[in-house]
Design a binder for this molecule. Structure first.
Ligand code: SF4
Length: 166
């Protein structure tokens, strides 16, 4: 097993423990529910924008090629348990084992299995995709992704300040 997968599994274990302990409390917190709903909406907007620009198709082609996806195993170790907790609250499940032994533990057969993602994953575009985008489309995508990153940060700040450290 890749060293990063072991580290990622430890973060996942913490997230599952948070979920077990805090789920009921969080699902009764109207302020938190408002934030997570807005966050989910901004995530959907980013994906729609990416689909409109046919980026997932291009990523899938690259992923199926010999060089594989750009989702490196180490990226999963940049996640904190709180972001994974948000994923669990959004109904995502956590991987027990990596689907691809040499890629990020969150990369599944059909792409990333997370909804709430690290800002790096949200805003990263490889040079080839960037090159294919017009300035206008790149700006539109970056603005949309920026709104997702902001909503994610507001959700996590609330989670930290009001719930976990309360
Ligand atoms: S987009 Fe998903 S699969 Fe890819 S590196 Fe980020 S978390 Fe991992």
């Amino acid at each position: 097993m890749h060293e990063a997968h072991g580290k990622a599994k430890a973060i996942i274990t913490k997230a599952l423990a948070f979920h077990e302990a805090l789920r009921a409390k969080l699902l009764e917190d109207s302020e938190f529910l408002k934030l997570i709903r807005k966050y989910r909406l901004t995530i959907e907007h980013t994906w729609q924008c990416m689909k409109d620009l046919r980026i997932p198709e291009k990523c899938a082609l690259c992923g199926q090629s010999e060089k594989g996806s750009c989702c490196a195993p180490e990226v999963a170790t940049w996640y904190d348990p709180e972001t994974l907790l948000v994923n669990l609250l959004m109904g995502q499940s956590m991987p027990k084992n990596p689907y691809y032994p040499d890629h990020c533990i969150f990369l599944g057969k059909s792409g990333c299995t997370l909804k709430a993602r690290h800002y790096y994953c949200v805003q990263f575009l490889c040079p080839s995709i960037k090159q294919d985008l017009s300035e206008k489309n790149l700006e539109k995508l970056m603005k949309t992704a920026g709104r997702e990153i902001l909503a994610g940060s507001q959700t996590l700040t609330y989670l930290h300040r009001k719930i976990i450290t309360a």
